[in-house]
Structures are given as C-alpha cells and as structure tokens.
Design a binder for this molecule. Sequence first.
Ligand SMILES: *Cc1c(COP(=O)(O)O)cnc(C)c1O
Length: 386
Amino acid sequence: MKSEYRPDTIVTHAGREPAAHHGAVSVPVYRASTILLPTLETLDNKESLRLRYGRRGTPTTHALEDAICALENSDRALLAPSGVMAISVVLMSYAEPGAHVLVTDSAYGPTRKFCESVLRKMGVTTTYYDPAAGEDIEALIRPETRLIWMESPGSQTFEIQDVATIARVARSRGIVTVIDNTWSGGYFFKPLDHGVDISIQAGTKYISGHSDLMLGTIACRASEYERLRETYLRFGVCIGSDDAYLALRGLRTLAVRMRQHHVAGLEVAQWLQQQDEVVQVLHPGLPDNPYHNLWKNYFGGASGLFGFIIHETDRKRLARMFDGFSLFGMGSSWGGFESLMTPSNPSVYRTVTSWVPSGQTVRIHVGLEDPRDLIAEIRAGFDRLG
Ligand SMILES: *Cc1c(COP(=O)(O)O)cnc(C)c1O
C-alpha cells in the first residue's frame, strides 16, 4: 500500500481506520485465534479471506502490516516475533542445496551466525564481502548466487553501503537484494525506493521506541511476497495483537523521536570529537567521516546509534567509567527513548575485511534526554578513566 503522503503524515495515519472500530483513534487489540465465519459459502471460500485464523493475522496485526508497507514504501509486509526471526525467514526463503549468498562483512552478528549454522547445514555457501563494495560486487557473483544481503550502516562499525549500485548490479543478474534497515527506523531511509527488494527491521528498536517489545518486520516487493509467505506460513510465524498494538503506538511518534535522536546524536558526536580521550568518532553524519557523502545521498538523517574509540585502557578503569553512569544504561538492544553505552569489540565478527581500532571501541545510543546532561555525564565518566 504505497502512500503519496510525506513520512511524518504516514506514521501518524498509516494503518488506521477509526470508522471500522467504533471511532477509536487507535486500532484496538483483537485477541483472537478462532474467527467465526457467518456462512458455509464463506467457509468454502476462506482462501480469499484476509481474516480467517489468528495465526494468519487479526485486525490489529493487519493494521501494523499496512503501516509498515506505507513506512517502507513496499507492496507487502510480514511481521515476526523478533528481528532475528525476520532475518531467518528471509534467508530460509532463498536457501536450497548448492545455493550461494553474499553477505556484507559488517552484518549484524546473529545474521552471520544463521548463515554459518542453518544455511551451512542446508548446503548453502556464504561469501562475505567488503561493505565498501560497489560495482565490483559483480566479481563475487556466481551462477548459483541467489541473494545479496546488505546492512547500512554496518552493525558496530557504521559503514554506509552504496545500496543503489549493489541493487542495480544484482537486478541485472537476476539476484534478490535484502537490507537490514533497523538503524534508520524506516524513517530516514527507504531502501525499496533505491531498488532493494526486501527491507527488514528489528521493530524491537526504533519502531517500538520504548524498549518493551520484541518485533521483526519484513517489507517487500510483490514479486518476493509469495516466496516469503510460504516460508512464513510453513514455520507458523506470527505475532500477538498486544505486540502489534505496542508497535503501532510506537510508530505514531517515530518521526519526532527520530528527528530528536538525529539532533542530539550529532551534538554528542561533535562534542566527543573535541575530547582528548577520544581517538575517533564513527558517525556518518560528521562531515569528515569517510562515508559522509554516501550517507547524505541515501539518508534523511541519522539515528541515535553510533560509535567512538577512546585511547586503549584497562578493564578496571573502563569499569570505573561505565559503572558510574546513571543516565547511560548498559544492555543489549537500542532504539528506545533512553540512552545506552557499552564497550564493543567489532573485530571479532570480521572475516574478509580487518577492523583494527586504535583503542577501545564504545557503542553509544543517544536517547531523548537533554544532550547537555548526557555530555556532562560522559565528561565525568572520562574523568573517572584517570
Ligand atoms: C537488534 C538487531 C536485530 C535483531 O533484532 P531482535 O528483535 O533483537 O531479534 C537485527 N538487526 C540489527 C541491526 C539489530 O540491531
């Protein structure tokens, strides 16, 4: 369901149909497994019904599917109980013995693990490629290549990929392209507008926005839908209506949250650049970042997640810095309203490109707090490093 509206209007209205729900502004939670059909004729023609059994969707999950299509400019959408399940449904849909897939070396860790475990067992070979690849990706394509996986910016290291070029090369060779679009929330970047076939997100992150929900979204072209849906149905993937409701609630404020993450994240990134403790800031929105021009080409803004590198230090000093924070939490995930900071070690994921930082890498999520309070807290944390 493509929309002619601008992104802020889309997230405010997509998937809503108050007249169908007694005027309620938000689509209510429909808890349903059995859907009763009115006549035998309806039962005999149930294949054509959108609403026929809880696992196949409820009015609440359908509203979220429609909203994701509008957000990502896709023809269809599927919803999964986690981002990882969205990833595995897509990879499984193109897996067959002898097949080959190309995956960016900057991909999210569990994406790689799925390739190394399940896909390998099925006889699918994975080749990792340099996230800086453009036209030259063609050299890695084999007759049996079925899929090219992108993630932009890269997990932990934040390289921006030349998405349109890779999608164009792939299309000319009849290969499907997929991107993990979690970082942009689907708000700052619309991969399908650049020729990508499938865009997945961990809705757990920015769509939820409140660190209280697990969700995966798959937005795709009509050409890929039946194949994806077949995998989806065979595995019995579905989400509960309560979770769809929370995702829709989060989606309504996606635009204002993302704009604030952009402004506050850049403010913190620019401040970090000026600190003696900091060797490098990994934020594509900074003018001196090597991916800045690509980022400007593709993205309408930056989310609150980026990285920075501080001078090498020992674990004890690092603990003094991290354990003393009160605004920055330590934990997996990101994309909620609150700030997070964790030490990270991206080098362990690399296989075809090396990533050798000149110090300790840190991953930061700048939340919706006043950035001046966050900066004061980081300054005090640096002082504790000694
Ligand atoms: C968190 C994350 C996922 C996985 O999402 P879950 O909902 O935790 O399964 C996928 N891709 C990226 C880039 C992520 O950061």
